[in-house]
Ligand binder design. Structure first.
Ligand code: DX5
Ligand code: ZN
Length: 220
């Protein structure tokens, strides 16, 4: 697994009145992935977009669609998101009755599998699946909204997860998501994250200079 840092801007902070051009701008600005936050107003107290929007965005870029499903139940939507053009499908274990079954549903669609841990969710929720998944998404905010404050207590969990992955030589990325800025991105990388999600920092800092903000996150 390449240990180069990847930047995955979250379009939750983009201008929803022009999502297509925002995605194209992110590609031009050097984004590695496009982080798409799907919320159902049930698993989290917010509603965003569904497969139909992703289907419309798909032809606009070749960039990896890093789809973060904050929905429950999740199983009956896996195929819709896969068909819409998701490349990585990440779900929350609390959103399914059978984590292994959800992993297999995503695998059967030939997509990469991610499991997301809320700030208070323990790594034991993912440990026994690390040989079957591609990514663990460590949430550094409570899921549901962009622009929240980074929760540094998740850095310990990130370090522990990195140790387990390295010791067992698992081929699993660690993605950190929530409140990432130009200072705490360094802490996140030191703790073992190799993919950084950012919404508000990328879209709001330096008068919204996407290229500059992505570069700073990558370099700091
Ligand atoms: C929150 C989402 C995050 C969020 C990140 O539930 O999963 O991806 O959009 O946005 P910032 O970087 O503003 O915290
Ligand atoms: Zn997210």
């Amino acid at each position: 697994m390449s240990n180069l840092i990847k930047i995955s801007p979250s379009i939750l902070s983009a201008d929803f009145s022009k999502l297509g051009s925002e995605v194209v701008s992110l590609e031009r600005a050097g984004a590695d992935y496009i982080h798409i936050d799907v919320m159902d107003g049930h698993f989290v107290p917010n509603l965003t977009i569904g497969p139909e929007v992703i289907k419309k965005l798909r032809p606009l870029t070749k960039k990896i669609f890093d789809v973060h499903l904050m929905i429950s139940p999740v199983d009956n939507f896996v195929k819709d998101f896969a068909d819409a053009g998701a490349d990585i499908i990440t779900f929350h274990p609390e959103a399914t009755k059978d984590t292994l079954n959800t992993i297999n549903l995503i695998r059967n669609e030939n997509k990469k599998v991610g499991i997301s841990l809320k700030p208070k969710s323990e790594i034991k929720l993912v440990e026994k699946y690390l040989d079957k998944i591609d990514l663990v998404l460590i949430m550094s905010v409570e899921p549901g909204f962009g622009g929240q404050k980074f929760m540094p207590e998740v850095l310990d969990k990130t370090k522990k997860l990195k140790e387990v992955i390295s010791k067992n030589n698992f081929n699993v990325d660690i993605e950190i998501d929530g409140g990432i800025n130009f200072e705490n991105c360094t802490l996140a990388k030191k703790a073992g994250a190799n993919i950084l999600v950012s919404g508000s920092t990328i879209f709001k800092e330096n008068k919204g200079d996407l290229k500059k903000n992505i570069e700073i996150l990558r370099k700091n």
